[in-house]
Design a protein around this ligand. Structure first.
Ligand SMILES: NC(=O)c1ccc[n+]([C@@H]2O[C@H](COP(=O)([O-])OP(=O)(O)OC[C@H]3O[C@@H](n4cnc5c(N)ncnc54)[C@H](OP(=O)(O)O)[C@@H]3O)[C@@H](O)[C@H]2O)c1
Length: 348
């Protein structure tokens, strides 16, 4: 195995802390395209999704994340359309290892499976290389070594510049990645769903570059009505399977959060994104679907500039100990480590 991420270029792409006062650069901010693909997140507007991607680029976002799985490949196609002329200037990451089988999601991460999926992603993305290709989820039927070797082989062949993983539990992080490897690792992390053990395992000896996905818990932590836990989704909306949306415990915690945050001038989105970054994650991957949501998502950058180089410390002081503690504690729902025999993400 050859951990790709010891490559200094990759480290340069993900400086641990934001570049201050650069105005435009935000390497810690990756834009996710799962919910933009037009499947599973209610009514969608392909034109607006494309406008979101273009506006994000104008605003200095350079890292766009997708997966062959998302919307049966349509998220990748959307990215290809929106970023066609910008390809050399963007960092494109996709994933393999999960596929659709009828209306079910299945693990498929043998060497051959990943190779077929990578070729399909390259075709949909209309590119001959990816900047980052990630094992979406460990396949319980395939030795992880085989999946990782396949990724390393893609890298040797120039099909991908870097490789990474997703949804490893803490023991796998410690077992598969040596100290200093700094392998990009996407995992579910936000104040409601705190994967502290995984974060700690990756940070110990810089084994992983921690990338928080679903930072707004699919909109529950957003400012739209969905953020108040009372929203009714259409029957095909995958958020019907997200237990946090129907949890009274989470609903109460959110109400308290809003009460405590009233004294600050920060939106819930800004507060959440900054709290995640201040918790030690290297990257955060929100999925705004509209231009308004994108603007709200980007607002946190101005706060970083305003709070200055010591912003994580200043942030704590600004929000005060009670609000900070509320975020740190979260609603206190016990999290399961991913179950091997099924896709650990209940939301799929
Ligand atoms: N590696 C993995 O296994 C994995 C798993 C999940 C996600 N990911 C990556 O992470 C990305 C983000 O995940 P996610 O879509 O769950 O992220 P998210 O940002 O937590 O949720 C996206 C949803 O939140 C709402 N939203 C987004 N920005 C908002 C804003 N500024 N204000 C109010 N509401 C806002 C929208 O809800 P409405 O639709 O209701 O408007 C949107 O559909 C994905 O696109 C994907 O790239 C990776």
């Amino acid at each position: 195995m050859n951990p790709s991420s010891t490559d200094p270029i990759l480290k340069k792409h993900w400086p641990y802390r934001p570049v201050m006062d650069s105005g435009m650069e935000s390497p810690w901010l990756w834009l996710g395209t799962w919910s933009m693909g037009g499947e599973g997140f209610g009514k969608s507007d392909a034109h607006e999704a494309e406008a979101v991607l273009n506006r994000a680029f104008e605003q200095g976002v350079r890292h766009f994340d997708t997966a062959g799985l998302y919307a049966h490949g349509r998220s990748e196609e959307l990215l290809a359309r929106a970023l066609a002329k910008k390809r050399p200037n963007v960092f494109l990451s996709s994933k393999g290892g999960l596929v659709w089988h009828g209306n079910q999601v299945k693990h498929r991460a043998t060497r051959e499976d990943l190779s077929v999926q990578l070729q399909a992603s390259l075709k949909r993305l209309r590119t001959d290389y990816l900047d980052l290709y990630q094992l979406h989820w460990p396949d319980p039927a395939v030795p992880i070594e085989e999946s990782l070797d396949a990724l390393a082989d893609f890298q040797k062949r120039g099909l991908v510049r870097h490789w990474g993983v997703g949804n490893f539990d803490s023991s796998r992080v410690a077992r598969f990645f040596p100290e200093g490897a700094f392998v990009p690792h996407q995992f579910h992390f936000n104040p409601i769903h705190q994967n502290r053990e995984v974060l700690a395992a990756g940070k110990t000896g810089q084994r992983c570059c921690g990338c928080a996905y679903s930072p707004l818990e699919q909109g529950l932590l957003g400012d739209s009505p969905g953020g108040f836990g009372v929203r009714k989704f259409g029957s095909r909306d995958l958020r019907n399977r997200n237990r946090y949306f129907s949890s009274q415990q989470v609903g109460r915690w959110l109400l308290e959060l809003d009460g405590l945050a009233r004294e600050t001038a920060m939106s819930r989105v800004t507060l959440t994104l900054l709290w995640i970054l201040a918790s030690g994650l290297e990257a955060v991957i929100p999925g705004p679907r509209t231009l308004v949501q994108l603007e709200k998502t980007l607002e946190h950058r101005a706060w970083i500039s305003r709070l200055g180089p010591e912003w994580p410390v200043k942030l704590r002081q600004y929000v005060g100990p009670e609000l900070w503690e509320h975020l740190e504690k979260g609603p206190g729902i016990v999290q399961r480590e991913s179950a091997d025999e099924k896709i650990g993400d209940d939301r799929l």
